[in-house]
Design a protein around this ligand. Structure first.
Ligand SMILES: Nc1ncnc2c1ncn2[C@@H]1O[C@H](COP(=O)(O)OP(=O)(O)O)[C@@H](O)[C@H]1O
Ligand SMILES: [Mg+2]
Length: 283
């Protein structure tokens, strides 16, 4: 590739204050390298607590980094704050996991969607037109604009959150487990919506998930994170069908399958792999 990636995370370290009196800081990211190309869906997969959300929050400027750089569109944004950060919020948006806490319950859907538009300078009439367009694009009825979040199901609220992220026409959306809180059939429909939106708009995704099968369905490339280190990166098809790292193999066995017999066999193999890993930790 000759052009610079859209997002370039390099040597990223993040530490949180330790708990208790005079506790040492605890490092949770140990030098993460990750790139997302323009228009790419890049999966970031790993089990709970591995550091996925922290990477997303670092990209959004919501956690302090201790080392490394984050570049966006060729510009170093590692320490962007104030006005520079607000300008970036046009280009980098986010969809969080929990659609029940991510929408302000006292605003109508129309106000929720208009807010980012008005912040970035749209006239009210333009914003209203764009809100109708956005609702249509995410498959919600036009009258949703007058209603409150509590009148909607989890899947519908997640559609609102996606519409809000799309509103300023960003170049990157950090999707942090965007379907994990939804039931399975709703998950599939929301994932299809995200795929469709990407095809239409060319927006890039940093798509965070603990589920390898979701990432396989959604992403061009995948990075696998294990306890704050990226252990494997490659084309989604390769990483998810022929993983090279034992940890990725364990994740693959952990993604749910419908057949309880297959599931039990996988559980057994996962246990054996975990044991082997404990006996000889991968480098
Ligand atoms: N604000 C915080 N303060 C202290 N520790 C944190 C904070 N946020 C996350 N952590 C810790 O950092 C590690 C990575 O968390 P996180 O990035 O949320 O993982 P994931 O999203 O993969 O589940 C975990 O051990 C978590 O407890
Ligand atoms: Mg998380």
């Amino acid at each position: 590739m000759t052009t610079a990636p859209l997002l370039d995370v390099s040597g990223l370290r993040v530490a949180f204050p330790g708990r208790g009196w005079r506790a040492e800081p605890v490092e949770v990211l140990h030098g993460v390298d990750l790139t997302v190309g323009s228009g790419e869906a890049h999966g970031l997969v790993g089990e709970s607590g591995s550091g996925k959300t922290t990477i997303g929050r670092a990209v959004l400027g919501l956690v302090k980094t201790t080392a490394g750089t984050i570049s966006f569109g060729g510009r170093d944004i590692t320490r962007a704050s104030g006005r520079a950060r607000r300008a970036l919020s046009r280009d980098i948006q986010v969809v969080f996991q929990d659609p029940y806490t991510s929408l302000n319950p006292s605003l109508t859907i129309g106000d929720i969607l208009a807010e980012p538009l008005v912040v970035h300078g749209s006239a009210p009439a333009d914003a209203r037109r764009r809100v109708r367009e956005l609702l249509d694009r995410v498959g919600l009825p036009a009258d949703a604009a007058e209603r409150l979040p509590r009148e909607f199901s989890g899947g519908q609220r997640q559609r609102v959150a996606i519409a809000r992220a799309l509103a300023p026409e960003p170049r990157l959306i950090v999707c942090d487990e965007p379907v994990s809180a939804l039931d399975l059939s709703t998950q599939a429909r929301v994932l299809d919506l995200l795929l469709d939106l990407q095809r239409r708009t060319g927006v890039a995704y940093l798509f965070i998930s603990h589920d390898l099968s979701v990432v396989r369905h959604m992403c061009h490339r995948v990075s696998v994170i294990h306890r704050g280190d990226i252990v494997e990166t490659g084309p989604a098809a390769a990483v998810t069908s022929a993983p090279r790292h034992p940890y990725t193999r364990r994740l693959m066995l952990a993604s749910p399958v419908a057949d309880p017999v297959v599931q039990a066999g996988r559980r057994e193999e996962r246990r054996r792999l975990a044991e082997a890993e404990r006996a000889a930790p991968p480098a």
